[in-house]
Write a protein that binds this ligand. Structure first.
Ligand code: BTN
Length: 257
């Protein structure tokens, strides 16, 4: 048994957002749901204002990228979806959300995180600590962030995953992490894109790595990820040309010297 509090104090989060000058409302918390992204898309259709955020203690049908499932065990992480309105550059949002998670890892958790293009957040060992899934509704985008918090090394949902606990050695204060995450997300989506790109290039561990690119329709190729372009697309040098990766799945692959 633990007396560790796994429910964020959403009223307090609302107060702290307001005190920091963020106009977003206090988040909502539910103990269990299928997917906060699915719920937030419905909430957006019902008129939820910009910055409305739903957090769940558990998701029974958490959605990952490429139709995968996102394991969201009870009390083990921060499973959140934030509704954004009035955004003109939708493909930028997952990258900005990844920057927000890296920001909060450093500012609240004190650990260095990096980004696997486009928006997986990796801990110091290169294992995944957070995943991001942005989904569009009629006039809103839902940015879903799954941040692993209390998993220990022996109960990780995936051998390639890590958690806040593993990275920091301490159990996360949900209220502190949630307010930090929302403030960073608010800041990133309202920042100059060119400035964010500078940070993204610095924090993206894919750049400079040998990668294998799996294409959505099948097929793959390998090359060195040399940069991201001004739209955040990955540029991969396959030895003959520099190819632009817009969609697809990039697997970091280290080639033996
Ligand atoms: C990925 O595949 O890396 C993306 C995972 C995104 C998971 C989050 S958890 C909160 C939100 N609700 C969902 O159903 N998915 C996202």
């Amino acid at each position: 048994m633990t007396d560790h509090v796994v429910v964020p104090d959403v009223g307090r989060v609302g107060e702290l957002l307001a005190a920091a000058g963020c106009p977003w409302p206090a988040p909502r918390y539910v103990e269990s749901t299928g997917s906060t992204n699915a719920d937030a898309l419905e909430w957006a259709a019902d008129g939820a204002p910009d910055g409305s955020c739903l957090v769940a203690g558990e998701q029974t049908a958490g959605r990952g990228r490429h139709g995968r499932t996102w394991v969201s065990d009870p009390g083990a992480g921060l499973w959140s979806s934030t509704i954004l309105r009035g955004q003109r550059h939708l493909p930028r949002l997952p990258l900005l959300a990844a920057l927000a998670v890296v920001d909060v890892a450093r500012s609240v958790g004190g650990f260095s995180a990096s980004i696997k293009w486009p928006n997986d957040v990796l801990g110091s060992s290169g294992a995944k600590v957070a995943g991001i899934l942005a989904e569009s509704g009629p006039d809103a985008v839902v940015v879903g962030i799954g941040l692993n918090l209390d998993y220990s090394a022996d109960n990780l949902p995936d051998p390639r995953a890590t958690s806040w606990l593993i990275e920091t050695g301490v159990l996360a204060d949900r209220t502190e992490v949630l307010v930090g995450l929302l403030l960073r997300l608010y800041s990133r989506v309202n920042s100059d894109w060119a400035d964010c790109l500078v940070d993204y290039r610095r924090l993206c561990s894919t750049i400079g790595s040998t990668v294998r690119v799996t294409l959505p329709g099948g097929g793959e190729y390998s090359g060195v990820a040399v940069d991201v372009d001004d739209d955040g697309h990955l540029l991969v040098d396959d030895g003959q040309s520099v190819r632009t990766v817009v969609a697809g799945d990039v697997v970091h692959a280290t080639i033996a010297p």
